[in-house]
Design a protein. Structure first.
Length: 590
């Protein structure tokens, strides 16, 4: 089976070898043509769908009117009308056909294409597809209508081009658009062929349901030579299956000469076939070796790229970790100093405020100057607000301490090796670092985080690396939700409120006493199947240039699968969000 959309050098060699040998079991030109067409129809398959690539495939060959059967001569006369043909008139004759419809599997049932008279160049020009076919193959119209014996040897030994219409729909060269091209979904048309020693043209014409790449078109050219080798023995012999008489070349005058010439030609063909077989097998072997080498080189390249990603990412994370730890340390010292002193400041303030209150109780009517000063300084407001300020500063320093703790917890430079940790701490630290990205802004609602933490025991893992995974997945979820928010901002206010508010749902649970699962889901725009299948490939990203490198999820996959012996997968339906499921063992296997 061969897929024309992925046609390789090996496919060309194998298919050509098979086509060439089909002539060995035939008894006539027509029978050989049928074998060829049937083989191509059955073996050219669209592998993804399993359907035949050809909706219709046909084999044509030019014959002189005098060589045709009475039935085909009648068809030719019908097309010529009042013009009487002579025996030398060239007719493009249908020898074999195969296709989806039952009537396409017999040349006898063909409507108006059994024998097409090629009266002169002007007549051919009035048939767009035949005219374009001959032109694209690189044949000369005059050679087809009236072969010149002085030029035939040179012309016959050439390799001709391929007739190719990449877009059949609406093409002026493909007739029957409404009755054939559209209803049968014809995507492209391909034809290949050439000249025989007699000057007659042969063509294999394929109407395809697929669009094939240009490189495949080029690989079809050598198939014409193989078809030619299959039908060459019948060039001066029997043409039609039901034909009792042989059509004999005018150059062979006697039966003896005919036998001698046929014997010579057959011997020559057999020799050429053997040479081609050896060459073909050599090509196949070389193709196999090249494919193996290419596969090995691709594997090595992928490994080098992965190693490079790992080195760059490790260095980057190491530098980032050192930076984060340094900043956390520098911030932590003064914050601890402030926070510690705030405790005493609060105590001293309370003492002073109590002292002032005692003075007011003992001296309710102070001197006029003091009363004016109390009024001017708004003593009651100051006493109330000072307590609030100190409480607010205490909350602020606690918040800074929590952020510093999250930064240290996220980088975990002191825990680079395997540790037993509470995985929820890592998730919470990541959420705190990314909290500013989830806050409400003008035109953007707040991203709500829903946490459903199960009862988990401490797990054995690489803490800093696991935190990287949480960071990559949650950051991607935020990006997806912000993208869908941007599309909402473009619409009207009414349209905005028809959408559910953005949220990230994080769930953890124990699968059994050996495995735990972490689910991180969002209700963003989702991921299509093509992108989902490549999410963990290095350098693959769906983000615009400058926003994503395509290594975050690749590294995450490596950390979960290779470092922790776990699993990571993505479930998504476009328009309904995405869910990343991480499963890791409680203890890392050695």
């Amino acid at each position: 089976m061969y897929d024309l959309q992925k046609f390789t050098l090996r496919d060309m060699s194998e298919c050509g070898l098979a086509l060439r040998h089909l002539g060995n079991k035939a008894n006539s030109m027509e029978e050989a043509s049928n074998y060829i067409i049937q083989y191509l129809y059955e073996n050219l398959i669209e592998k993804q769908s399993g359907k035949n690539s050809c909706v219709l495939i046909r084999f044509f060959k030019t014959h002189s009117y005098g060589e045709l059967t009475s039935e085909l001569q009648e068809c030719t006369q019908d097309l010529l009308g009042n013009h009487l043909p002579d025996d030398s008139l060239k007719c493009l004759t249908l020898l074999a056909t195969a296709g989806e419809q039952s009537e396409w599997n017999s040349r006898y049932k063909s409507g108006g294409h059994k024998a097409i008279p090629l009266a002169n160049e002007e007549a051919i020009a009035r048939i767009p597809m035949i005219f374009q076919l001959i032109q694209q193959l690189g044949l000369n119209l005059g050679t087809i209508v009236q072969p010149d014996s002085n030029l035939l040897t040179d012309l016959e030994q050439r390799m001709y081009n391929v007739f190719y219409i990449p877009d059949a729909l609406g093409s002026p060269y493909i007739p029957s658009q409404t009755s054939f091209v559209i209803p049968f979904n014809i995507k492209s048309v391909v034809g290949f062929g050439g000249l025989l020693p007699s000057g007659n043209m042969f063509v294999v014409l394929m109407f395809l349901r697929v669009v094939i790449p240009r490189i495949t078109v080029d690989l079809l050219r050598p198939l014409a030579l193989n078809v030619k080798m299959a039908i060459l023995p019948f060039e001066d012999e029997k043409i039609f299956i039901e034909q009792s008489q042989f059509v004999v070349s005018n150059e062979i005058s006697t039966a003896t000469n005919k036998d001698d010439n046929f014997q010579y030609l057959n011997s020559k063909i057999a020799t050429l076939t053997q040479l081609l077989d050896v060459s073909e097998q050599s090509t196949i072997n070389q193709s196999d070796r090249l494919e193996q080498t290419n596969a090995h080189l691709q594997k090595t390249l992928d490994k080098l790229q992965t190693t490079q990603i790992q080195l760059v990412h490790t260095e980057k994370m190491s530098s980032l970790g050192q930076l984060v730890a340094g900043i956390a340390h520098e911030i932590n010292n003064p914050v601890n100093f402030i926070h510690g002193n705030l405790i005493y400041a609060k105590q001293y303030t309370e003492i002073l405020l109590n002292l002032i209150q005692s003075y007011q109780d003992c001296y309710p009517n102070p001197p006029k100057e003091i009363q004016e000063l109390i009024k001017e300084t708004e003593l009651s407001f100051l006493a109330e607000d000072l307590t609030k300020i100190i409480n607010s500063m205490t909350v602020g320093t606690k918040r800074i301490s929590e952020i510093v703790k999250s930064l240290r917890n996220f980088s975990r430079l002191d825990e680079a090796e395997v540790k037993n940790i509470d995985i929820h701490e890592g998730i919470d630290s990541t959420l705190m670092i990314l909290e500013h990205c989830m806050q409400a802004r003008q035109g953007y609602p707040e991203i709500k985080v829903i946490k459903e933490y199960g009862q988990l025991s401490l797990i054995e893992c690489y803490p800093s690396q696991l935190n990287q995974v949480f960071m990559n997945i949650i950051a991607n979820a935020i990006d997806a939700l912000q993208n869908i928010n941007e599309s909402r901002v473009i619409g009207s206010i009414e349209e905005k409120y028809n959408y559910p508010l953005p949220k990230i749902h994080i769930c953890t649970k124990a699968l059994d006493n050996k495995w735990i699962a972490i689910s991180i889901a969002d209700n963003g725009c989702g991921i299509n199947e093509e992108a989902r299948s490549r999410l963990f490939d290095p350098f693959f990203t769906t983000k615009p240039i400058g926003k994503g490198t395509g290594i975050g999820l690749s590294i995450s996959h490596q950390i979960i699968v290779e470092k922790h012996g776990g699993k990571i997968s993505c479930i998504s339906i476009p328009g309904q969000g995405a869910e990343f499921l991480v499963e890791i063992p409680v203890k890392i296997k050695n």
